[in-house]
Design a protein around this ligand. Structure first.
Ligand code: HEC
Ligand code: HEC
Length: 361
């Protein structure tokens, strides 16, 4: 987070080279603007700069996955979850698996504007990267845990996978490979709805974004990203104010805001909190990991490219009472927009070879 202390540290280290201006103060957080890009870039390349080192550290990758105490991880459970995730047996007509929409080759989304189940869904399929770190899930945050999602969301919903719990349990029960996999994964050896959800959730927690050029840069490799991307990072954490919400290693504070995109009857988090002005049209801050591979963007898939997203933020979206106070016209120059996109592109890791498991039959 850009605390006043970090900002002071950055400003101090920079006085002789670049003039930094504190432009505004919002809820104790300060945004920065800078006016001498070349000096700034040369400076940004010096890892000895205490402020920059500290700023980079705020984006360092965590060491371990936070598995759930209520649903402890095991290799057998994660493996079973992976089988279930890929298996179209989870859908009523036997054609669709979780991976049909959350496709690892597309960074765990589908490249479509809206999810396509039995019917077209109202929202864009979010990536499953780094869901282990999300305290609540869904664009409006209505799922209180990963375990809840499977049956409160896709599997039984007639418009999505349309599979009745009882039928699914019976179908799995009839397959010796699944009986063996549940026996290994769970001490009671039972095939139940709860165990299906637990296995899926355990597998999903292992879906973690890979090391991207940005990570190599903050780890000290100055050549990992280009000068434009470095300037983009300073804009992202400074003048453009992006890091106020896209914070930390996964680039999300897991909060809900109206960034001025949504119109129509999907009022987002206000469905759960109808009396909170700022939650109308508020949706979850998505991770920006692998963002370049995940178009189209936003909860409704309304922005086709990263350039469209940047233009939206530059305009400040729709000015209305619900819009976050952190969103306002940015007046970015064309060069600054290119820098921001260059930075966003450094958050995308090389795709990991994904092996499709052999499904028990
Ligand atoms: C037809 C496409 C489709 C299928 C199939 C599908 N999903 Fe999704 N998934 C979506 C969409 C769309 C959302 C966003 C729903 C919302 O919040 O409006 C979503 C949301 C989620 C989320 C919340 C992610 C977050 O960051 O908040 C999880 C977890 C998830 N799905 C897991 C699964 C699992 C597990 C399966 C298989 C049992 C599955 N999905 C099947 C489209 C799909
Ligand atoms: C007030 C908090 C906030 C700020 C500031 C903010 N964002 Fe966002 N960002 C969000 C939210 C919330 C969404 C999802 C909005 C939606 O779905 O309607 C989002 C979505 C995005 C997406 C789409 C990601 C996806 O997976 O669909 C990108 C890219 C993005 N923001 C980049 C930026 C950049 C670049 C900046 C700075 C110019 C920025 N954001 C500033 C909260 C914020």
């Amino acid at each position: 987070m850009l605390t006043p202390k970090v900002i002071r540290a950055i400003s101090r280290g920079r006085k002789s080279r670049t003039r930094w201006v504190a432009v505004c103060c919002l809820a104790g957080l300060t945004l920065l603007a800078y006016d001498e890009l070349p000096g700034m870039t040369a400076h940004a390349q010096r890892p000895s700069d205490a402020g920059l080192v500290k700023l980079k550290a705020e984006f360092a990758r965590p060491k371990a996955i936070p598995f759930s105490a209520d649903d402890p991880s095991s290799k057998a459970k994660a493996h079973l979850g992976e089988l279930l995730f890929w298996d179209p047996i989870l859908s009523g007509n036997g054609t669709q698996s979780c991976a049909s929409c959350h496709n690892p080759g597309l960074s765990w989304t589908d490249g479509l504007r809206h999810g396509m189940g039995v019917k077209e869904m109202k929202t864009h399929t979010p990536t499953l990267l780094n869901v282990a770190w999300a305290p609540i899930l869904g664009w409006d945050g209505h799922f209180r845990s990963l375990e809840v999602v499977a049956f409160a969301g896709p599997i039984t919903n007639p418009g999505i996978m349309n599979r009745k719990e009882g039928d699914l349990v019976a179908a799995l029960q009839a397959i010796p490979g699944y009986r063996a996999a549940f026996t290994t994964a769970f001490t009671d050896h039972a095939i139940t709805q709860a165990h299906i959800a637990e296995a899926l959730a355990t597998f999903e927690r292992t879906i973690v974004s890979g090391t991207a050029p940005f990570d190599r840069w903050i780890a000290g490799d100055e050549n990992a990203i280009g000068a434009r991307a470095k300037r983009g990072f300073m804009l992202f954490t400074g003048k453009a104010g992006c890091a106020e919400c896209h914070r930390g290693w996964a680039f999300t504070d897991e909060g809900f805001y109206d960034v001025g995109t949504a119109t129509g009857d999907d009022i987002g988090r206000a469905r759960l909190f109808p009396n909170t002005v700022k939650l109308k049209y508020a949706f979850k801050v998505p991770t920006l990991r692998d963002v370049a591979r995940r178009a189209p963007y936003m909860h409704n898939g309304s922005e086709a490219t990263l350039a469209d997203v940047i233009d939206l933020y530059d305009r400040g979206g729709i000015d209305r009472p619900s819009r976050s106070d952190l969103i306002k016209p940015l007046h970015l120059t064309p060069g600054e927009k290119v820098d921001l996109i260059a930075f966003l592109e450094t958050l995308t890791a090389n795709p990991k070879p994904e092996r499709v498991p052999v499904l028990p039959r």
